[in-house]
Design a protein around this ligand. Structure first.
Ligand SMILES: [Zn+2]
Length: 334
């Protein structure tokens, strides 16, 4: 009897739609809260506060069942700031779910954990920017621990975003898999504050085959998803192609979707605190992004072949349109 019931349970489990997965809302709020405590001191790259945040995140990566590519989750890197020759240090955390068999398309989820540290003499805790994106990424990792994805999915908590997307550039320059395999980056940066519950998804202007997919992904309530903010059509400050870590993928010609809210009164202010986060909106955004990850995992071969078709349809001269600084550009982007 026991065996028969176990068999029935297994059959039912397989019959359930995989898109029915739900994030652990309590854990997501707790992660957001912990990352925004004053002990993290605003998580400025290179500080003890950033190291404390990283220690917490490494523990959460472990709990979420993420597997390191090397001996640890840490990916140390050096970078320089504009007009300086001083070498600075940063540390990304990267881990994976799914098979690592050396082939097949790969999805990379990114969210920067660093923030400004102190600003105007006060701690800037960066609840929306970007404890929210990191907490959402952890929530997705937790779900995929219990229902492993079909494809290799890389989770990257990135450092040194605020001073120039340096962690993302280091990651793309030193990916743990062949760059050719990476067919999509989903970047999460600011998922928690908008008076209209509006969540923009940017990226399809540059990679138009993504548009229909983004529209097909189930959006959790009360989020209102819109596509845009990825071209000059959106006016001054409205083209976010280079405004967060997905830009490093863009420059490498890798498709990306950037989920993040519009600017608001708490942006880069000491008031970007846990208390001002719209918890329902944050949770529905995290759930929506989980839905996106599950959706794309189920269709990653399709995305790979659509990307191949997209690339081969680019006129040769334009396909090779890479600037002196190595930036991939679409015609008209100069
Ligand atoms: Zn940010």
């Amino acid at each position: 009897m026991r065996i028969a019931l176990a068999g029935l349970a297994a059959a039912l489990a397989f019959a359930l739609p995989v898109s029915g997965q739900e994030i652990d809302t309590g854990q997501a709020i707790e992660d957001l809260r912990v990352l925004t405590t004053d002990e993290m001191d605003g998580r400025r790259t290179g500080t003890q506060g950033a190291a404390d945040a990283r220690a917490y995140l490494a523990g959460r990566f472990f709990m979420a069942g993420l597997v390191a590519f090397g001996e640890t989750f840490e990916q140390p890197f050096t970078y320089t700031l504009h007009r300086s020759s001083e070498q600075l240090d940063g540390i990304n955390l990267i881990g994976r779910h799914g098979p690592d068999d050396g082939e097949g398309p790969v999805l990379v989820i990114t969210a920067h954990y660093d923030h400004l540290g102190n600003c105007g003499g006060q701690i800037c805790n960066g609840a929306d920017d970007n404890a929210s994106g990191v907490a959402a990424m952890l929530a997705i990792a937790d779900v995929l621990r219990d229902t492993p994805p079909e494809h290799l999915i890389i989770f990257a908590a990135l450092d040194a975003e605020e001073n120039g997307l340096n962690g993302a550039r280091a990651l793309v320059a030193d990916l743990p898999v062949d760059q050719d395999r990476v067919v999509l980056n989903i970047n999460l940066d600011m998922l928690a504050i908008n008076a209209e519950n509006e969540l923009p998804a940017a990226g399809a202007f540059h990679f138009p085959f993504l548009r229909g997919h983004i529209d097909a992904i189930e959006v959790a309530e009360p989020t209102r998803l819109i596509q845009g903010y990825d071209s000059s059509e959106w006016g001054p400050g409205g083209d976010w192609t280079y405004s967060s870590d997905h830009a490093a993928f863009h420059d490498a010609g890798i498709p990306w979707i950037y989920y993040g809210v519009d600017f608001h009164e708490h942006y880069h202010q000491p008031t970007d605190e846990f208390e001002v986060v719209q918890q329902d909106f944050f949770l529905s955004n995290a759930q929506t992004v989980l839905n996106a990850v599950v959706y794309f995992d189920e269709r990653l071969e399709t995305i790979a072949s659509e990307l191949e078709a997209f690339r081969s349809a680019l006129p040769e001269a334009e396909e090779a349109h890479v600037g002196e600084d190595g930036r991939f550009m679409k015609p008209g982007m100069e």
